[in-house]
Design a binder for this molecule. Structure first.
Ligand code: T1G
Length: 693
């Protein structure tokens, strides 16, 4: 074995050369890897003793893509396409041996080999679209030539990882090797290729599948139509589709040129920068400076949930889905029964969509035990309280739990707003009390705000973060404060949305502006969906807000067929003349000066105060880093991924512009718009939130 460089080795087993990549953590195609591979292939091609070449990787995965950390920097060393040409033109059979996740540039390199062998646990994919790009090293031209145009459209615009057996069925992988014996199988395949003088099969020369799609533009038109909603606002999916159209309509080399043009266009745009930022932000979020990675954790093998309502039931499903037994406690039998049947119904619906089997439903339900007494939680390792959002009720539950559950058990509250320190003080074990703020529907939303109270011990924090990963959540550690991070910023947007309606905008204007910005829906449609009567009571309602008037008229949202909007039988929202009249009467009574409000002002008034609040959260130490706040908004509130997150967007717009608008509004409308000290400082120093470490 000779080291070609620090990340590439070249050895020979008989007449087969073996080129090994060893560049943790994911063997990304850094300049060193590209350089070493080029050298290794040149040496192996020139070695008369070598009859075939195996390309294999050490570590957990075959090459998982280009090195994203190199993006945006001046190119160094040999380009990826040049390396691919060296591989594809090697005058001896090249066999790529795949394991782990062969993704992006990694799969594109494998497509330049003449053959591909993989173990069954391998997954292959071209996920560039998820970071606002497209497969820029020939993936859009080679993949359709193997798997066909429709499958290539699906794989490249979804970025999904395809299991090896499906790849083999599509001809993307030539042979499945026994698990754990990849090297041996790849060597045997290479020897056979030599013995049988198998051709140097180049994917670029295989045109049947792309030619079959030529003259059928409807394939692309139908695909665009079927996915319009999913792609809305994103530039990369459309660019991917155009590349695949080029693969169908142009000769290979011209298709490669078209791919390059579209790749460069995306790379220059802000969307790919925002999405790459999001990619790294979601990996940074797990790093807690004062909770070292080797902090001991509490084993969690049994979970208790107090409350079987919407939240309690959804939370329970997360643990059952991860195979963790759950005891779910309610005070009344009918509430418990209702809670368990809602869970079962959710699973049955999922099974009906083919995403799980009937057997899976039963297995999950067997993990869920109902109970009417807190005593049944005595042996749980973690108990999550999900009762009514009332401090006295929560403190009473914690007091009781503290006396029942075993020493060392963790007590967590799912509160969305309340003071976790006050809840912790109701127990004798404040160091074992933490907040686990799930987002509704709790079994669907990826975000989990982990709320660190003053006395929460490090092992409890480490356990919560580890458990979040185990149940498929993305956890953000936040400090105690009304609404923590997400809801605290949402309150800013909600206040401004309501105020804009009194000043002259209609709810549907505000919703349109925010959905055009990229949110899945605007605040008023959201309110109608959630129900306008959340927290409303008939007894105390006195027509003091538009929302109260709507509720008093029984216009409580989608569920009553009318709220801010009128809804038809398909629940399609329509601007309501009734609501418009209520708003006009309100404006008249309040005497507010009504004016035409531009879309730009609507957007800035809704977003900039959120950015300012995020700055306050940062300077109060209630979030570790600005990108954590963005992870909250990307995963809990539908912030458009191609705009990075509120803090990234503030940097993108320019904090000096945000500050200027906040100051202008403060002088016109009062101190709710007072800029945070951090925003003022960064703007004055021409720095960004990204600079704050
Ligand atoms: N480049 C650089 N670093 C990467 C990386 C990459 N492509 N992928 C992962 N990392 C780092 C990551 O930041 C983390 O670092 C560590 O590896 C472990 O990652 C020309 C242009 C492979 C499925 O988009 O999907 O090829 O935090 O925590 O959960 O057409 O990483 O430890 O310091 O995610 O086991 C296309 C992106 C690139 C794949 C592994 N490829 N990666 O998941 O570990 S663009 C991708 C992933 C491209 C070509 C185009 C996942 C994974 P740290 P991790 P994991």
């Amino acid at each position: 074995m000779t080291a070609v460089n620090d990340v590439i080795d070249l050895s020979r087993e008989g007449e087969i050369a073996v080129i090994t990549v060893n560049s943790p953590p994911v063997n990304a195609l850094s300049a060193r890897v590209r350089e070493g591979l080029t050298e290794a292939f040149r040496k192996a091609a020139a070695d008369g003793e070598t009859k075939a070449i195996v390309l294999i990787c050490d570590g957990k995965t075959f090459i998982a893509g280009a090195d994203i950390t190199e993006f945006g920097k001046p190119p160094v060393g040999i380009g990826l396409r040049d390396l691919e040409d060296v591989i594809e033109c090697t005058p001896k059979p090249v066999i790529a041996a795949l394991h782990g996740t062969a993704l992006g540039g990694g799969l594109e390199v494998a497509l330049c080999a003449h053959y591909r062998v993989a173990v069954p646990s391998t997954k292959c994919g071209l996920p560039e679209v998820n970071i606002g790009l497209l497969p820029g090293a020939g993936g859009t031209q080679r993949l359709p030539r193997i798997v066909g145009v429709e499958m290539a459209l699906d794989m490249i615009t979804s970025g999904r990882h395809v299991p090896a057996n499906q790849c083999a069925a599509m001809g993307l992988i030539d042979e499945l090797a026994p698990e754990g014996r990849l090297r041996e199988a790849a060597l045997a395949f290479a020897r056979k290729a030599v013995a049988e003088t198998r051709p140097l099969r180049k994917v670029r020369d295989s045109n049947a599948k792309v030619e079959a799609a030529r003259g059928h533009p409807e394939i692309f038109a139908n695909f665009r139509k079927a996915n319009a909603r999913r792609f809305r606002g994103f530039k990369a999916p459309e660019a991917c589709i155009q590349c695949i159209e080029a693969a169908v309509n142009l000769p290979f080399d011209e298709g490669m040129k078209r791919e390059r043009e579209l790749f460069v266009e995306l790379q220059k745009g802000s969307q790919s920068k925002a999405q790459q930022y999001a990619f790294f932000a979601e990996r940074e979020v797990w790093k807690i400076p004062d909770v070292p990675v080797d902090t001991p954790t509490v084993p969690v093998n049994r979970v208790g949930i107090v409350g079987a309502g919407t939240m309690g039931g959804g939370i329970a499903m997360n643990f059952a889905n991860a195979g963790i037994p759950v005891t779910i406690v309610e005070a009344k039998p009918e509430a418990l029964e209702r809670g368990l049947s809602v869970i079962r119904r959710n699973y049955v619906n999922t099974a009906r969509k083919g995403r799980m089997t009937g057997g899976d439903v039963e297995k999950r339900m067997e993990l869920l035990k109902g109970s009417l007494t807190l005593d049944d939680l005595a042996n749980c390792d973690l108990i999550i309280e999900a009762v009514f959002e009332n401090m006295d009720i929560k403190k009473d539950v914690f007091r009781k739990l503290d006396a029942i559950v075993k020493p060392g058990a963790i007590l967590a509250t799912n509160t969305s707003y309340l003071d976790t320190n006050e809840i912790a003080r109701a127990t004798q074990r404040p160091e074992f009390v933490i907040g686990l703020h799930f987002f509704s529907p709790a079994n669907v939303m990826r975000l989990l705000e982990v709320v660190r109270a003053d006395k929460t011990a490090n092992p409890v924090i480490a356990t919560a973060m580890q458990l979040a990963k185990r149940i498929g959540k993305i956890a953000v550690l936040v400090g105690v404060g009304y609404g923590f991070a997400g809801n605290r910023m949402l309150a800013q947007r909600q206040r401004e949305a309501n105020r804009l309606v009194l000043e002259g905008a209609m709810p549907w204007d505000v919703d349109r502006v925010l959905t055009e910005f990229g949110f899945p829906m605007g605040p008023f449609q959201m309110s109608d969906l959630a129900g306008l009567d959340l927290g409303w009571s008939k007894e105390t309602s006195k027509s003091s807000t538009i929302r109260e008037v709507l509720c008093e008229m029984d216009r409580r949202g989608q569920k009553t067929g009318a709220g801010f909007y009128d809804y038809d039988e398909n629940r399609t929202p329509k601007p309501s003349p009734i609501t418009a009249k209520i708003i006009e009467d309100f404006r008249a009574r309040s005497g507010a000066a009504v004016r035409q409000i531009s879309d730009e002002e609507i957007l800035e008034r809704c977003i900039y105060p959120m950015i300012n609040e995020g700055a306050k959260i940062l300077e109060e130490g209630k979030a570790i880093r600005a990108s954590d706040i963005d992870v909250v908004w990307l995963n809990g509130y539908g912030w458009p991924r191609y705009r990075g997150g509120p803090m990234w967007y503030g940097d993108f717009i320019g904090l000096d512009k945000v500050l200027a608008r906040m100051r202008e509004w403060q002088s016109q409308m009062g101190d709710e718009f007072k800029a945070s000290a951090l925003l003022e400082r960064l703007a004055a120093e021409h720095r960004t939130f990204g600079d704050v470490k």
